[in-house]
Design a protein around this ligand. Sequence first.
Ligand code: FNR
Length: 187
Amino acid sequence: MNKIRILGIVGSLRKDSYNRQLALAAKQLVGDRAEFELLEYNDIPFMNQDIEFPAPEAVRRIREQVKASDGIWFFTPEYNHFFPGVLKNLLDWLSRPIGEKEPQVLAGKPAAISGITPGMSGTGIAQDHLVTLISALNMVVMNVPRLTIPNALQQVDEQGKLALKGSYKYLERQADAFLGFVQKTFR
Ligand code: FNR
């Protein structure tokens, strides 16, 4: 049987993003149990129906990556109690049918959600909004466990890199659960 393909989507374009670091820790943790790649999407334009058809090259690329994946793992910051606009823009593009015969690529895909913030909230409110959106797009959401990590600065090393001291075991639990969830949902 082919390996499960997980696509990680980070809701931050920031180079040193804690959520990106969390995604890379998840990739390492999954190891050779699955293929795990991060979606790079900072070249997609703002959704604008004037340029929707034919889709811009960058949009076609990300659709193919999503289509080829067996499960999507979101790692999102919280901006003003919501998930960031860049992620909304990405999901708006992905929510649209590719052509007359091909439906949108997110429907039926298993989804996991994690998030980390220097603040106290742990990104839970942003995650709830994200669940509302991706459920409407017919993704199959793994609601338990979700991972919400507050106080990121307590988990960085002397170089300012995320060391995930206390939260590592929860990430481990979520990775195990999601691999099982994808197997059950998709295979
Ligand atoms: C934030 N931040 C933030 N944090 C939080 O816990 N709740 C919030 O509502 C907000 N709101 C917010 C709005 C905007 C516009 C910015 C730029 C930031 C702080 C945020 O969690 C912090 O910058 C994180 O480091 C962003 O995630 P990455 O880029 O490190 O992954």
